[in-house]
Design a protein around this ligand. Structure first.
Ligand code: ADP
Ligand code: ZN
Length: 605
C-alpha cells in the first residue's frame, strides 16, 4: 500500500500524524501477508499494528487476547473511532453471543476479539472458515511460554487456528523479549518463516529515580500530595502494607484504594474500575495488580519495597506513561530492605530455586545502587547497548551523585561495630552506632559506657544521614548484616574489609526532601498555569462524556490529546482536527462541544 494512503488512514481513523517506531514496518509485513512476530515495549503501540491493516483491507481480523477486561476496552475505543468491532468471551450472555455470531455471518465487523478458550471451542472453530478471516493477531503471545511470566496452557493449543485457516497469516505480539520466549512463540504458534521486529525497550518518557528509604510513609505522602491530580500506582510487598498505605493516603486526602489477592474478586474489580475511570487517584497494590489494565495516563509508579527482580521492576514501572507523556518511576530503597529480602530468600528450601531468586535479587540490588545512568543499566540488563552518555531523565544523569572514597569512614564504621561487640558482648542498632561515631553521649551511650570506646567521636566527617546511608550501602554489599531486632554485625567479608587494602567508593545519596518537589519536565516547562487550568476543564468535560457513555475517559480522548488541545487552543473544526488523536469520527462527535469549552474558557479569562 502507498505510504500516503496509510498515513491518511492513520489520521482518518485514529487521528495520529506519524507512526511510532516499527509500526510502519510491521504493518507493511502484515499487509504483505507474512507471518510476523512483533516485539514492542508496553506503550509501543502494538494494537495499531493489526488495527490499521484491518481497516486497509476487506475481511475480518481475529484477535486472540487473554485479558477479558481489556477486550471491552479495546472494542469501546475502536467504536469511539467509528470502527465496527466486537468481542466474544465468557462475560457475554447467550443472547449477546448469538447476536455477535449473527453479525459475523453478515460480515459487519472489521475486528473480532476472542479469548483463547473461546477460540478453541468446537462450535467457534466450525463457524470460523465462513467469516472471511484475512488475518489473525495473537496478543500477549508470550503466554504460550512457560519462560514468560504469564503462562496460559490454552495458548499452546492455538495452532488449531492455523490448521483451520492454513492460508491466513498470523501476527504475534508481545512485550516480553527473551530468546526462549521468542522461540516458543514461533514454535507453538507454528509461524511460517516469520518476519521479526524487535523494538527498543527504552521508554524515553519514563524518569527513573531511587530514593534512600527512610521514613517511607512520610516520603510517600509527600510524593503523592505533591501530585494531587495525577494517577499513580504504589507497589508494596505485603497485603497489610498495601492496606495501610491506601488508608493513610486516603486520610491525607488522596483518593486511594488497595488491590491484592486477599480481596474478593468483586472488590478487586471495583477498585480497578474506579482507577480506570479516574475516580481514584492512586491504587496501592501487590504485584497481583497490573496485567489487564491499559490505563494510559498512569503518571507515576512508586515501589515502596524493592522488587524481587529487574524483570518485575521493568514490567511494573512499564505501566506508567503508556500515552507517551512524561511519567515517573520511583523506588524507595535502603540496605535494611535488601537484608530483609536476602533473609526471605534464605528460607527457600529448593536449592536451585533459592539460587535463582538470589541471582535475580542481586541484579535488582545492583540496579538500586547504580551510581551511573539507570536507563543504560536497565537496557544493558535486557541486552541492549545505549550510546547516549547522559539520558537526562534518571536521577543519576539529572544530578550525578558525588562519589567519594569512603574507605576510611567505612573502616571506622566496621571497627566500631567490631569494638562494641568485643567490648559489650552484644550488637547494637544503626542509630546507636552513629551516636557513638559522632560522639553523642546519649543516655544509652553512657549507660553502656560506650563513650569510653576508642571509636567514640571518631566520625565527625559525616552527618548522621550520611552515616546511615553508608550503613545501608554496606548492608547491600554484604559487609554488614542485620541480626535480631535489626542489630548490626559484621559478616566475614566485613571483618576482612577492616584489614585488607580494598577501596570502598560510596555514592553520597540524595535525600527525599528535595525529591518530593515536582521536578518540572520539558512538557511542564512550556505549560503555563493558564493551559494547566484549561487542561483540567477539558478533563472534566471528558469525564462527563465518558460517564454518560459508560466508558473510561481515555476512550474519548487521551491525556496527550487534551494536553495538545490546551496548548494549541483550536478555534475552528479544521484546527481541531489537526490535533494528534482527533480522527474524523471523534471530530464529528466531540469537535463542537470541546471547541465550545475552549472558547468559553478563553472569553472568561
Ligand atoms: P501496547 O499494547 O504496545 O502497550 P497500545 O497499543 O495500547 O500499546 O498503545 C499505547 C497508546 O499509544 C495508546 O493510547 C495508543 O492509542 C497510542 N498510540 C499508538 N500508536 C500511536 C501513534 N502512531 N501515534 C500516537 N499515539 C499512538
Ligand atoms: Zn540516565
Amino acid at each position: 500500500m502507498q505510504t500516503a494512503d496509510l498515513d491518511e488512514l492513520l489520521k482518518h481513523h485514529f487521528g495520529y500524524d506519524t507512526f511510532r517506531p516499527l509500526q510502519r514496518e510491521i504493518i507493511d509485513a502484515v499487509l504483505a501477508k507474512r507471518d510476523t512476530l512483533a516485539l514492542l515495549p508496553t506503550g509501543g503501540g502494538k494494537s495499531l499494528c493489526y488495527q490499521l491493516p484491518a481497516l486497509a483491507t476487506p475481511g475480518l481480523t481475529l484477535v486472540v487476547s487473554p485479558l477479558i477486561a481489556l477486550m471491552k476496552d479495546q472494542v469501546d475505543s475502536l467504536r469511539a473511532n467509528g470502527i465496527d468491532a466486537a468481542y466474544l468471551n465468557s462475560s457475554l450472555d447467550a443472547r449477546d453471543a448469538a447476536a455477535c455470531f449473527e453479525h459475523l455471518e453478515r460480515g459487519t465487523y472489521r475486528l473480532l476479539y476472542v479469548s483463547p478458550e473461546r477460540a478453541l471451542m468446537p462450535h467457534f472453530l466450525a463457524q470460523l472458515p465462513r467469516w472471511n478471516v484475512t488475518r489473525i493477531a495473537v496478543d500477549e503471545a508470550h503466554c504460550v511460554s512457560e519462560w514468560g511470566h504469564d503462562f496460559r496452557p490454552e495458548y499452546r493449543r492455538l495452532h488449531v487456528l492455523r490448521e483451520r485457516l492454513p492460508r491466513t497469516p498470523i501476527l504475534a505480539l508481545t512485550a516480553t523479549a527473551t530468546a526462549r520466549v521468542r522461540d516458543d512463540i514461533e514454535g507453538f504458534l507454528q509461524l511460517d518463516d516469520p518476519r521479526r521486529f524487535v523494538g527498543s525497550f527504552n521508554r524515553p518518557n519514563l524518569t527513573y529515580r531511587v530514593f534512600e528509604k527512610r521514613d517511607a510513609l512520610k516520603q510517600l505522602l509527600a510524593w503523592s500530595t505533591a501530585r494531587p491530580t495525577e494517577s499513580g500506582i504504589v507497589y508494596a510487598q505485603s497485603r497489610t502494607s498495601v492496606e495501610e498505605l491506601a488508608r493513610k493516603l486516603a486520610a491525607a486526602g488522596i483518593a486511594a484504594r488497595p488491590y491484592h489477592a486477599g480481596l474478593t474478586p468483586r472488590e478487586r474489580a471495583r477498585n480497578q474500575e474506579l482507577f480506570i475511570r479516574d475516580e481514584l487517584r492512586v491504587i496501592c497494590a501487590t504485584v497481583a495488580f497490573g496485567m489487564g489494565i491499559n490505563k494510559p495516563n498512569v503518571r507515576y509508579v512508586v515501589h515502596y519495597d524493592v522488587p524481587k527482580s529487574i524483570e518485575g521492576y521493568y514490567q511494573e514501572t512499564g505501566r506508567a506513561g503508556r500515552d507517551g507523556l512524561p511519567s515517573e518511576c520511583v523506588l524507595f530503597f535502603n540496605g535494611g530492605d535488601a537484608a530483609k529480602q536476602r533473609h526471605f530468600i534464605r528460607q527457600i528450601e529448593d536449592p536451585s530455586e533459592r539460587e535463582q531468586a538470589d541471582r535475580l535479587l542481586r541484579k535488582m540490588l545492583d540496579f538500586a545502587a547504580e551510581p551511573h545512568c539507570r536507563r543504560a543499566s536497565l537496557l544493558r540488563y535486557f541486552g541492549e547497548e545505549t550510546h547516549a552518555a547522559n539520558c537526562g531523565t534518571c536521577d543519576n544523569c539529572l544530578q550525578p551523585p558525588d562519589e567519594i572514597d569512603a574507605t576510611v569512614p567505612a573502616r571506622k564504621l566496621l571497627s566500631c561495630i567490631y569494638r562494641i561487640r568485643a567490648n559489650a558482648g552484644f550488637s547494637c542498632g544503626a542509630h546507636h552506632l552513629v551516636d557513638v561515631l559522632l560522639g553523642n553521649a546519649t543516655e544509652k551511650v553512657q549507660s553502656w559506657g560506650h563513650e569510653r570506646l576508642s571509636t567514640f567521636g571518631i566520625g565527625t566527617e559525616f552527618t548522621k544521614d550520611e552515616w546511615l546511608a553508608l550503613i545501608s550501602d554496606l548492608l547491600r554489599r554484604g559487609l554488614v548484616e542485620e541480626g535480631e531486632h535489626r542489630t548490626l554485625r559484621l559478616t566475614r567479608d566485613g571483618l576482612e574489609a577492616i584489614r585488607d587494602e580494598r577501596t570502598i567508593v560510596f555514592a553520597r545519596p540524595r535525600f527525599l526532601k528535595k525529591a518530593a518537589k515536582r521536578s518540572r519536565t520539558s512538557r511542564e516547562a512550556v505549560m503555563t498555569s493558564y493551559e494547566e487550568a484549561l487542561f483540567e476543564r477539558l478533563r472534566l468535560l471528558r469525564k462527563r462524556l465518558a460517564d454518560d457513555q459508560g466508558v473510561p475517559p481515555y476512550v474519548i480522548f487521551s491525556d496527550a490529546t487534551l494536553r495538545a488541545l490546551s496548548a494549541r487552543k483550536p478555534k475552528t473544526l479544521q484546527d481541531f482536527r489537526a490535533t494528534s488523536g482527533v480522527g474524523d469520527v471523534k471530530l464529528e462527535r466531540y469537535g463542537q462541544v470541546f471547541l465550545a469549552e475552549i472558547v468559553t474558557y478563553d472569553e472568561a479569562r
